[in-house]
Design a protein. Structure first.
Length: 458
């Protein structure tokens, strides 16, 4: 299995994980419990001897529930909690081999790329102080180049070296105080290397990009650098980025990223119900659906995928499938794929009380978001209890009268309620705005009552 991978949140107990998820997601306790156990089992597996650990496969989860009930948010918050590489992808984007579309292996390559970005960000944070020191010295060298040769000082006089050191120190203090930010200096700017790998990977043929870059490293390498004048503040950020990249050991970053992908990666397969279906008569869309399922099967069961950063095994990646399953049922998937999602969780539809809690309780509650946004304009926004109740009631009404999109309906109604205030906030004198039930009704009730209009606006 290799070296144990640890990250923030790994050692949380299932109860602690649920408590963390409760800060952002209302209800859905069954789903939270399922994902917390799956996460804890990863930690337990890493404590085992390699010969036993390799045989313990992740308990993949199938979430069943309508849109907007929290499926994606649970998976996303779980990944954030552990700093795990996380990829959300719609299963309906893939087509079986031989059809035009993305191949299923591209999701593993995308996951590795996300892991590389995560590890790079961590390493850059570790090297930040060192990179800033080096950048500062380079900027000072441009502002005040070192004297070619220091003369021997006369008795009672300071030498050129001492004068230079004092001048350099004064400049350093001015630089740190930001008093030189507007000064224009000339710096070397490296041209971005021409690397078509992203173009190729987006088309699902990353291997071609890898082969081309291996065959023609000189052509696809750096195109040199040029001198450019820019304000010192911009130059500092530009040179800091170059310095951070220089301090990175990309071989080590790739190694850690591959390992983290293999041991901690999470893939959220949304709309998995859209590819549920069995072969019918050998033609038509059902063939493609079953083909996608069969192509997904080896990835979920465990295989090795060639990526730009090395070979990545998928044996211990956690897959979370999700879908509404209004038309298709989990039993419509091919038996082999059904068996790879042993944990089934049905998410409950959200009630009016849930909407009230979603608007006010979570750390990222919608009401708090608007208060913070408009607070930047010096405007204090107060939502009364009856305003929140009215918004929740209208969300339930529109969801029942038209398509049920769960908590996402709150976003559309809140945006309609806040439209005029958001528009005028920049021009208002600093003060307070009180939003009550009457205000909400004036802004939205007419649209809610008109079913044809609400389909387009809400």
């Amino acid at each position: 299995m290799g070296e144990t991978v640890t990250a923030k949140g790994d050692e949380l107990t299932p109860r602690q994980i649920v408590r963390e998820l409760d800060r952002f997601i209302i209800g859905q306790n069954k789903a939270k419990k399922a994902v917390s156990i799956a996460l804890r089992n990863r930690y337990r597996r890493q404590k085992l001897p390699p010969d036993i650990a390799d045989d313990i496969i992740p308990k993949n989860i199938l979430m069943i529930g309508a849109t907007g009930v929290g499926k994606t948010e649970i998976a996303r918050r779980l990944a954030k909690l552990t700093r795990s590489p996380f990829l959300k992808v719609e299963a309906s984007k893939f087509t079986e081999v031989g059809y035009v579309g993305r191949d299923v292996e591209s999701l593993v390559r995308d996951l590795v790329r996300i892991a590389v970005d995560l590890v790079k960000a961590e390493k850059m944070a570790e090297n930040d102080e060192k990179a800033r020191r080096h950048t500062e010295e380079k900027i000072l060298a441009i502002l005040l180049p070192a004297p070619k040769e220091a003369k021997e000082p006369a008795p009672g006089e300071e030498g050129e070296a001492e004068n230079f050191a004092k001048s350099r120190e004064k400049l350093r203090q001015l630089l740190r105080a930001g008093k030189l930010n507007d000064r224009v200096i000339e710096v070397e700017v490296k041209a971005n290397p021409f690397t078509p790998l992203e173009i190729f990977s987006a088309s699902g043929v990353e291997e071609i990009g890898i082969q081309i870059s291996e065959m023609m490293p000189n052509i696809l390498g750096s195109r040199g650098s040029r001198k450019r004048k820019m304000p010192l503040e911009d130059a500092f950020h530009h040179m800091l980025q170059d310095e951070q990249n220089r301090l990175l050991d990309m071989d080590q970053v790739a190694k850690v990223a591959i390992q983290r992908t293999e041991q901690m990666g999470i893939v959220f397969l949304d709309e998995i119900d859209k590819i549920a279906g069995r072969e019918s008569g050998g033609h038509g869309p059902m063939v493609s659906r079953e083909g996608v399922q069969r192509d997904l099967l080896p990835i979920i069961e465990g295989t090795t995928v060639n990526t730009k950063y090395g070979m990545a095994r998928t044996d211990h990646i956690l897959f979370i499938g999700a879908g509404a399953f209004h038309v298709a049922k989990p039993s419509d998937m091919i038996p082999e794929l059904q068996g790879r999602f042993p944990i089934r969780v049905e998410l409950e539809s959200l009630s009016r009380e849930d909407f009230v809690r979603i608007l006010t309780e979570p750390q990222n509650a919608l009401v708090k978001q608007y208060q913070n946004l408009l607070g930047t304009e010096g405007l204090e926004v107060e939502f009364t209890r009856d305003a929140v109740d009215e918004i929740a009631t209208m969300a339930v009404e529109v969801n029942s009268a038209s398509e049920n999109i769960g908590a996402r309906r709150l976003h559309t109604i809140m945006e309609k309620v806040m439209e005029d205030i958001s528009f005028e906030a920049s021009d208002l004198e600093h003060g307070q705005v009180r939003i009550d039930g009457d205000y909400v009704r004036r802004k939205v009730e007419g649209i809610v009552k008109d079913s044809d209009l609400s389909k387009y606006i809400l």
